[in-house]
Design a protein around this ligand. Sequence first.
Ligand code: CA
Length: 229
Amino acid sequence: MARVLIVEDEKDIRDVVAFNLKQAGHEVFGASTGDEGLRLARAHKPHLVLLDVMLPDKSGTEVCKILKREPATAGVPIIMLTAKGEEVDRVVGFELGADDYVVKPFSMRELLLRVQAMLRRGVAGAQTEELVELGSLKIDHAAHRVWIGEEEIDLTALEFKLLWTFYQRKNRVQTRARLLDDVWGVSPDITTRTVDTHVKRLREKLGPLCDLIETVRGVGYRFTPAPES
Ligand code: CA
């Protein structure tokens, strides 16, 4: 059970999403404008915000920027609701700190899966895990060792750092620029192509588990482990 804020000016969408989230056991707050969304976010400290990009007063990306700037709401995950063709806004949204997105028209099943994944991350993020087991993938952070089932796989230091970064931000979309910053550090002579090359190599080494790293077209990657059963 979590508190979820949905900021969406289309009443039909807001209502159906709110209904389904309540059915799933969550407490839901609905806002139809950016300003109302900001007010409710400050008042209720939600665990998650669903944020439409096109709002009547200020854009969803503007709201996102404000929420991520204020210490009280900076840690709250945000899923952007975007229309097809809003590619630019979408990327800008991630650079401003949005955590994931869903493209309209979306199925409720798809949205609920994203919501549950994001809420799980919130819980997992609070722990400091050194030995991680995700299905048959096992990561020993202290020793920098990785196994698939019984078999150890040989990763370079950089590949390990990339995998660990993915793991720490699992279920969130990672832009190439952000990965480049976090894994490689800022350097003028490397490009986002570097990210693609190393992700490709890491996927090859993950073999049967290569699908854990999903390509998000035009944006970057998402590391999605199977839900813990
Ligand atoms: Ca809208």
